[in-house]
Design a protein around this ligand. Structure first.
Ligand code: DOR
Ligand code: ZN
Length: 350
């Protein structure tokens, strides 16, 4: 008999579904496993206003309708810029926007319209603190003089810590953390008993270290941002995710890019895990004998932080190897998923 794990249906607190033709196919993958997902706003035309978010939401809803999955809820975010107004923040708080995403300008895919200097965003941050709208952070400095493997740790000292001092009541999610420094910062931060700091962790950062970028040759499908780090950092992330500390919860950061844009002389950042994200997380938790702690991380701590109800239905994962195709056709593009041509040890019971 294969081992199974039944857990309350999880949510994905950080996801890229993009737009246009791929939207429906990404949603088909993710809605299999999750009830809700926080939808990233870094489209080619970034989602910088409530009106743009409403229009994007209705495109997502029509894709869901075509798929026949009315049970899935997209949680919309707005893209923070140097000129986001206090009024837009107020409007966001009145229109179920789950948070604002801070992309330091130039940090990653479609971040050119991001924040060039955190001080420029202070009026918006003040309003976010006032209206209790969370700030979701891509935590890397962008200076090319700083080593790419150090950019997250430097961000903590130079940006995050001063920001949290200036806005002690602001609710912050440090997204897709990748280092021991980030895991310990979130674990140890004194939030004065308030629910003001959390972090998401991806499956790929729990399963791979930076050697995976160069295993037998250069591996563009393992390139994401923040970039994979040394083994000691992966171990710190595993420890955080399996610690039952409600500050750490699931966010896949599954990020589709066409095959040709990854396998290129200047390939895009992003790993696609939506096809079996829960199988990958189960592998990571099982590898350290902590499978029983996956439910808190995947299904409870996220909604608790965002003050949303926990889901009520359940999913079951089976320890049965699932073969991953070499490619998926998503809309009019071809995409190479994580573990293409290999297997994932856990799969969703059908
Ligand atoms: O690897 C990444 N891909 N990191 C990000 O921050 C953005 C994402 C994307 O949108 O492709
Ligand atoms: Zn992301």
């Amino acid at each position: 008999m294969s081992k199974t794990l039944t857990l309350v249906r999880p949510d994905d607190w950080h996801l890229h579904v993009r737009d246009g033709a791929v939207l429906k196919d990404v949603l088909a993958h993710i809605s299999n496993q999750f009830a809700r997902a926080v939808i990233m706003p870094n489209l080619k035309q970034p989602v910088t206003s409530v009106d743009l978010a409403k229009a994007y939401r209705s495109r997502i809803d029509s894709a869901l309708k075509q798929l026949g999955v009315p049970h899935f809820t997209p949680l919309m975010t707005l893209y923070l810029t140097d000129i986001t107004s206090r009024d837009e923040v107020r409007k966001a708080s009145e229109n179920q926007i789950i948070g604002f995403k801070l992309y330091p300008a130039g940090a990653t895919t479609n971040s050119d319209a991001g924040v060039t200097n955190i001080k420029h965003a202070y009026p918006a941050l003040e309003a976010m603190q006032k209206y209790s709208v969370p700030l979701l952070i891509h935590g890397e400095v962008t200076e090319s003089a700083i080593d790419i493997f150090d950019r997250e740790a430097v961000f903590i000292d130079r940006i995050l810590e001063p920001l949290r001092k200036d806005f002690p009541e602001l609710r912050v999610v440090f997204e897709h953390i990748t280092t021991k420094q980030a895991a310990h910062y979130v674990r140890d931060a004194d939030t004065k008993g308030k629910n003001t700091l959390a972090a998401t962790i991806t499956a790929h950062h729990l399963l791979m270290n930076r050697n995976s970028l160069f295993a037998g040759g250069i591996r563009p499908h393992h390139y994401c941002l923040p970039i994979l780090k040394r083994e000691e950092h992966r171990l710190a992330l595993i420890e955080a995710a399996t610690s039952s500390n409600p500050r750490f919860f699931l966010g896949t950061d599954s990020a589709p890019h066409p095959k040709g844009e990854k396998e290129s002389s200047c390939g895009c950042a992003g790993c696609y895990t939506a096809h079996n994200a829960m199988g990958l997380y189960a592998e990571a938790f099982y590898s350290v004998g902590k499978l029983d702690l996956l439910e808190g991380f995947a299904s409870f701590f996220g909604p608790d932080f965002y003050c949303l109800p926990r889901n009520r239905d359940q999913i079951t994962l089976v320890q049965q190897a699932e073969k991953v195709p070499f490619e998926f056709t998503l809309g009019d593009t071809v995409l190479v998923p994580l573990r293409a041509g290999e297997t994932i040890a856990w799969s969703l019971a059908r």
